[in-house]
Design a protein around this ligand. Structure first.
Ligand SMILES: [Zn+2]
Length: 102
C-alpha cells in the first residue's frame, strides 16, 4: 500500500485515511438524519411499517430503527466516498523524513 517518497526516495511513509474517517462520520450523520426524517427513506418506511402495528409508540420506534438503518447505510456510503476522496483528491501519504505530502 505504501509507496516510497517521490521527493527523497524514503520508505518512511505513513498513510492517512482522513477522507475515509471524515466521510464515514458525515455519512453516518447524514444517513441517520435522512433515515429518521425523510418519508421517502426506505429505512424509515420499513421501520414505520413494522412499528405501525404497535400504534404511535411503534411508529416512533420505527423511526428510530429507520435512523439506525439510515446511519449504517450512510456510514458505508460515506466510507466508500471517503476512500475515493483519499485516493483521488487528498494527498494521503506523508513522508516522515522530508515531511512532504503526496
Ligand atoms: Zn521524503
Amino acid at each position: 500500500m505504501t509507496q516510497p517518497c517521490p521527493h527523497c526516495g524514503s520508505r518512511h511513509v505513513v498513510y492517512g485515511n482522513h477522507g475515509r474517517r471524515v466521510g464515514g462520520a458525515v455519512g453516518t450523520v447524514a444517513g441517520a438524519f435522512s433515515g429518521a426524517t425523510a418519508s421517502s427513506s426506505s429505512g424509515a418506511r420499513m421501520g414505520m411499517k413494522a412499528g405501525a402495528a404497535g400504534g404511535p409508540v411503534g411508529v416512533g420506534a420505527g423511526a428510530v430503527l429507520g435512523a439506525i438503518a439510515g446511519a449504517l447505510a450512510g456510514c458505508v456510503a460515506g466510507l466508500q466516498l471517503g476512500k475515493v476522496v483519499d485516493q483521488q483528491v487528498i494527498c494521503s501519504h506523508l513522508c516522515l523524513d522530508c515531511q512532504s505530502r503526496f
